[in-house]
Design a protein around this ligand. Structure first.
Ligand code: HEC
Length: 137
């Protein structure tokens, strides 16, 4: 009886320690979710399905900017964009404000999300790649 009790206590102690450690490490490393960053920073203009708003905000589905050169794509977030775009049969002339408040990790996460959703199947963007462009190579 005594032995069983102390064994139970022993295990409970380590279980508590393990739970506390997991909660602590979870709180220490916030998960940077591309989907969340998209929802908070891009969705109002480019919409939940990434299809944008015709004539106002361009779609992010299979465009040459989303699928093409990563440096150019990263630069759009760092500097914003202001040119006339022709996508499909539509023209887009509204400027896009820079998203430079996002840090390297957040930009990498949101671009990786965009490049792998909305019908896109392009490679991930890394934090290092964003950093390089931000620092001007
Ligand atoms: C205030 C509205 C707005 C917000 C917020 C916004 N965009 Fe844009 N975005 C635009 C507009 C408008 C353009 C077209 C700019 C132009 O014509 O020069 C554009 C262009 C783009 C392009 C290039 C064109 C294309 O369709 O492929 C990409 C890529 C892009 N945005 C990604 C993003 C991402 C990722 C975010 C969030 C981190 C974001 N945008 C936030 C409005 C916005």
């Amino acid at each position: 009886m005594r032995a069983t009790n102390s064994t139970t206590m022993y295990y409970s102690f380590f279980l508590c320690l393990f739970l506390a450690a997991s909660i602590f490490s979870f709180a220490q490393t916030p998960v940077v979710s591309g989907e969340k960053i998209y929802a908070n920073n891009c969705l109002t203009c480019h919409q939940a399905d990434g299809m944008g708003v015709i004539g106002m905000n361009p779609p992010l589905s299979k465009t040459k900017w989303v699928l093409g050169d990563k440096n150019q794509l990263i630069t759009i977030l760092l500097k914003g964009m202001k040119q006339t775009l022709e996508i499909g049969d539509e023209f887009y002339e509204n400027p896009m404000p820079a998203q430079s408040h996002l840090n390297d990790k957040e930009m990498a996460a949101v671009l990786t999300y965009v490049r792998s959703h909305f019908g896109n199947k392009a490679s991930a963007v890394s934090e290092a790649e964003v950093k390089k462009v931000r620092l001007g190579n």
